[in-house]
Design a protein. Structure first.
Length: 386
């Protein structure tokens, strides 16, 4: 079953306790600038990192404390964050940077543990994507004691604090991770409402947290776990096991009265959006995406030559490959984070030419405009300040 954790009552790192009714900055806050000056061009934090990466303050690091194999291609990593970490809200995500073959790659993963755990750690659950760079490395290559660079928790996909909800989780694949975090948090807070969870997976053995959630359903009367297997036992002429209205009506007859939290592949989320829009229930549907929702590429769209000014790299790009990927294919490693247009870590200045936003189809041609390479493609020749 999902573990129950006591709330963490430790004070936030870096904050001094009030004394005599007045706040006084810690001694280190006064002397740190002077010591940093002596360490120039580095900072004291760089030297501290050599002793213990978790002591670094110039970047947030986390050490792998434990890992657990969830399925044949999914692993949960328990991470102990260093100086500067802040508590997350169940359902939020975090950026993770990892060095592979001398290059640093950044990806975004949902925090799969509840914020109430009291050991100072958090978990991410990673599913290895075929052909991917980072996810197979995290699932198969990293080990206990390795360090990763992480960001701070972000995202607005979480349960509200101000009002009670009657949740319906609809998840698929690794989209189960935010639901798992929310469930663990509700249990830790002892405020679990009547909850229905519909999860899609190809086969029973591929359900991440499957055994854990099935045991939770057996022991917790307020939680119902409905598993839908899209390939297991399916044969020619068999009815589809993917989402459809009649299926939802059967699995959760009171779905119209519930707040729906959905996470999974684009096809599932698109089907849910169509259904809830048609039923005038879109305001009850909350979605978390792992990839950007791209619009259809116009039939007359064209690519062009892309010039990366600062790197002095040129590449030929088609009309639908994100410019971030074009840069990476040429051996570049520009700053990036979520890879879906949310965090703006990859923002770059358009120096000339035109690009198209793959989500909206909007064309940008004005020199000096800020574009997002992770969700933009060439719309003719263009030059970026990268």
């Amino acid at each position: 079953m999902l573990p129950s954790h006591r709330p963490n009552t430790c004070s936030a790192p870096g904050k001094a306790a009030p004394t005599g009714g007045r706040w006084r900055a810690p001694f280190g806050a006064w002397v740190a600038p002077f010591i940093d000056g002596l360490a120039y061009p580095l900072r004291v934090s760089h030297y501290a990192e050599l002793l213990n990466p978790l002591w670094a303050s110039h970047q947030l690091r986390a050490r792998i404390e434990h890992f657990h194999e969830e399925t044949g291609n999914a692993r949960t990593l328990t991470l102990r964050p260093g100086k500067g970490w802040r508590t997350h809200r169940a359902g939020q995500h975090v950026r993770v940077a990892v060095a592979i073959d001398g290059r640093t790659y950044t990806r975004t993963y949902t925090i799969s543990s509840a914020p109430e755990r009291d050991d100072g750690c958090f978990t991410i659950t990673v599913k290895a994507i075929a052909g991917g760079r980072v996810s197979p490395h995290l699932v198969r290559s990293v080990g206990i004691g390795d360090h990763l660079t992480v960001g701070l928790p972000q995202g607005d996909f979480h349960l509200p604090d101000a009002r009670p909800v009657l949740p319906l989780f609809i998840t698929a694949g690794s989209g189960i991770t935010p639901a798992r975090a929310m469930l663990a948090s509700l249990i830790a807070q002892e405020r679990m409402p009547e909850t229905v969870h519909v999860h899609y997976a190809p086969r029973e053995r591929e359900v991440i947290f499957g055994q854990e959630l099935r045991q939770l359903a057996q022991h917790h009367r307020r939680y119902r776990f409905e598993q839908v297997f899209t390939r297991q036992g399916a044969g020619p002429g068999a009815p589809t096991a993917h989402f459809h209205a009649a299926q939802l009506e059967r699995l959760c007859p009171d779905w119209r009265e519930r707040d729906v939290y959905a996470c999974g592949p684009p096809a599932l989320l698109a089907a849910l959006q169509r259904h809830f829009t048609a039923e005038r229930g879109k305001h009850r549907l909350h979605i978390e995406r792992f990839v950007a929702d791209f619009a259809a590429t116009p039939a007359d769209a064209v690519g062009g030559e892309v010039r990366f000014a600062r790197s002095r790299v040129r590449a030929t790009a088609d009309q639908q490959t994100p410019l971030l990927r074009v840069a990476e294919n040429e051996g570049m490693n520009p700053p990036h984070g979520c890879r879906m247009g949310i965090c703006h870590s990859c923002d770059a200045r358009l120096l000339s030419g035109c690009v198209r936003d793959l989500r909206t189809g909007r064309i940008t041609t004005e020199a000096g405009s800020i574009v997002q390479p992770c969700v933009s493609a060439a719309a003719g020749d263009c030059e970026l300040d990268l």
